[in-house]
Design a protein. Structure first.
Length: 176
């Protein structure tokens, strides 16, 4: 076994990425505090060819040194938009026909492994603040609440880790 060199990975250029077909998913970041988490979500969104990221409220925006440190250039390939508040983003996505999923533990949460996507419908996934989670007003606007099953004592994951798990699952289960 031999590690592949960078020139053997067959990576797209940024221009090729921008022109490529995207997974019909928009990521919504609801008041994310950590610039490193934001950069990590950009990098994951690039890996799975997410169509767009909505940065909402206090969520930091590129260009920023701390975002760039973990995004490793993904802020140049992944489209993003800023919204003063998350409700604006969700309203716009709803009007555009998106299925709105909040990644949150609620009294009606569906386990990720039980999620069945609506065929031929774009999906928005909302990830909440590291301490407070997704705002209740945004939960109220959602079609579904989805949670990642956990067996430990904490019952919470880092937002960037959650985004990786959710986007991988959507990537594997979505026809695009």
């Amino acid at each position: 076994m031999r590690k592949l060199g960078m020139d053997e990975l067959g990576r797209m250029t940024t221009e090729e990425f921008v022109r490529s077909k995207k997974m019909p998913v928009t990521v919504v970041l609801d008041n994310i505090r950590s610039l490193n988490n934001i950069g990590s979500v950009f990098r994951t969104a690039d890996a799975f060819r997410v169509e767009c990221i909505h940065l909402c409220g206090i969520t930091g925006r590129p260009p920023h040194r701390e975002i760039h440190k973990t995004a490793l250039g993904a802020t140049e390939s992944v489209s993003w938009e800023y919204y003063h508040n998350t409700d604006e983003s969700i309203s716009m996505l709803r009007e555009a026909g998106y299925n709105i999923l909040v990644i949150e533990q609620t009294d009606e949460s569906l386990r990720l492994d039980e999620l069945e996507l609506v065929p031929d419908k774009k999906t928005a996934v909302v990830f909440g603040n590291e301490i407070k989670g997704v705002q209740q007003s945004v939960v109220d606007m959602a079609d579904l609440s989805v949670e990642i099953p956990q067996m430990g004592t904490k019952h919470s994951l880092n937002v960037a880790v959650s985004a990786g798990i959710i986007l991988w699952s959507l990537f594997m289960n979505m026809e695009w």
